[in-house]
Ligand binder design. Sequence first.
Ligand SMILES: Cc1ncc(C[n+]2csc(CCOP(=O)(O)OP(=O)(O)O)c2C)c(N)n1
Ligand SMILES: [Mg+2]
Length: 615
Amino acid sequence: MSQKTVRLTMAQAVARFLTMQKTVIDEQTVPIFGGVFAIFGHGNVAGVGEALHGIKDTLPTYRAQNEQGMAHAAIAYAKASFRRRFMACTSSIGPGALNMVTAAALAHVNRIPVLLLPGDVFANRLPDPVLQQVEDFGDGTVSANDCFRPVSRYYDRITRPEQIIPALRRAMQVLTDPAECGPVTLSLCQDVQAEAYDYPESFFEEKIWHVRRVMPDADEFAAAATALLHAKKPVIIAGGGVLYSEASPALIRFAERYGVPVMETQAGKSSLPHDHPLNMGSVGVTGSSASNQLAEEADVVLAVGTRLQDFTTGSWALFKNEDLKIIGLNVQPFDAHKHQALPLVADARAALDALASALTGWQAEPEWTERAKDGKDEWLVAADRATASTNAELPSDAQVIGAVQRARENALLVCASGGLPGELHKLWKAGGPGSYHMEYGFSTMGYEIAGGLGVKLARPDDDVVVMVGDGSYLMMNSEIVSSIMIGAKLTIVLLDNAGFGCINRLQMATGGANFNNLLKDTHHVTLPGIDFAAHAASMGAIARKVGSISELETALQESEGNDRTTVIVIDTDPLITTDEGGHWWDVAVPEVSDRPQVNAAREAYVQALKAQRAG
Ligand SMILES: Cc1ncc(C[n+]2csc(CCOP(=O)(O)OP(=O)(O)O)c2C)c(N)n1
Ligand SMILES: [Mg+2]
């Protein structure tokens, strides 16, 4: 067979292939890759680096400051694009590559597509061991990049230039598959990046990708419909899958038509507008009282696009109805079958639309729906109380949230770890779908600022506000530099409670001594007294510290028009959280201790475990 070919290096083939992958957004054909983040070293500068330079006007390359940070940004880009568009990340070998492993796991847990292209050692092995090469005494095929295997949905090592043909095709299939998607890692051996091959021209033809909408199976659908037709006290748990499926309108239609209250997971928050009367808000460990009261009694839980992680299920102690049936509406069978659910393997929008016309005559019990609406009203009073302004010297996280909400009504909120996610889950009033961006599958400290950068690249017209604790800021802040360089403006609100506030509280709740979390409780010679505003300013941000909630509100209003990343620092109280709502969370308490507080906590723990449903 005589195919027309073009002679390229493997790295050039990768670059050219990426530029030809397209998708359709709002009826416009656009590149599916929004760009590449790169940090070069000897493992990728010559091969991949030269290839990316060749396409830089079609597919922009951004230099990041930290490989984990750039992968966070790429993941956030895909999440903020509802998994319709992605980014690629290229690193050198060894430390550069391994810096991306945590981010790969983050994408794996959260089911977010990202293409990782770490360099790898020489396939020909002649110069071994090269700088940064891990040597395995018993296995010549091992390299540091094997660490990506358990945290990649698809992993491949490219040891010959033609291998990239099936590998890239498979990569695209995984990245665009709503059930399978996650991180794809193609380890590109350094020598092979630079090697030429006569690639078939057909490999570089434009390819337009569409999201597959899986239709429900007839039998699964009938079983789910029957369960709903018998339900008197149904609830819907909306997970991230609702957003990725763009199923919000279908969810609203379903909920309104049948009077079913909806509760949102962290990933699913903003599926419904916060002020929809059937939106009960957050559910589970960080749930509203409105949601959790209903969840306790619910007879049917329609779980849509959720992994049902412990924060959602209250470590499986939340649902107390003995006859509870769960319907697992999920595009991924692994999730659809969890906890003996009736599986309904399908796209969320497709299945909700189909269900909406199959349940004619059925309704949730009217008292149930009314109770839900009353519960929501009561919750709102509590939430408003928690977020009201204050003159307290050290405000709570909730009071800072209130100020951000009032000053930046249309903000797209980004957060990931610390005490903030719980408070934001309960209290943030999310607007349109995707206006609340919480990484809570992995809850990775250091995601927030890098993630904000990715969100801003995906949604440049949005007012991206990052909320971050002092601990998480210290762990990773350097993508502030990238945000300034790229011109991706973020507003970063840094809540400084002088330590790991939430873990300190968890420590106290499990009977532990205050130890090694707040800075004052650590082994130290000197407390650093960190000037976060000066630190952020040194990286090029506009930065200031405010002394009160009202000053914060003013600063947020005034900085809205700033042309570059702005950091506003406020001291907060490490001990206060919102009492209302919430649920027990399974954190194992020691069985043996000299501390009476631990023994008391253990007793309470053993009691609490009795409510847990074994799956
Ligand atoms: C990378 C990583 N390491 C450790 C943890 C465990 N952890 C969760 S929150 C937290 C403390 C966060 O401190 P800070 O950002 O100041 O938030 P605060 O708890 O004070 O609200 C820690 C250590 C984590 N989530 N991620
Ligand atoms: Mg803190």
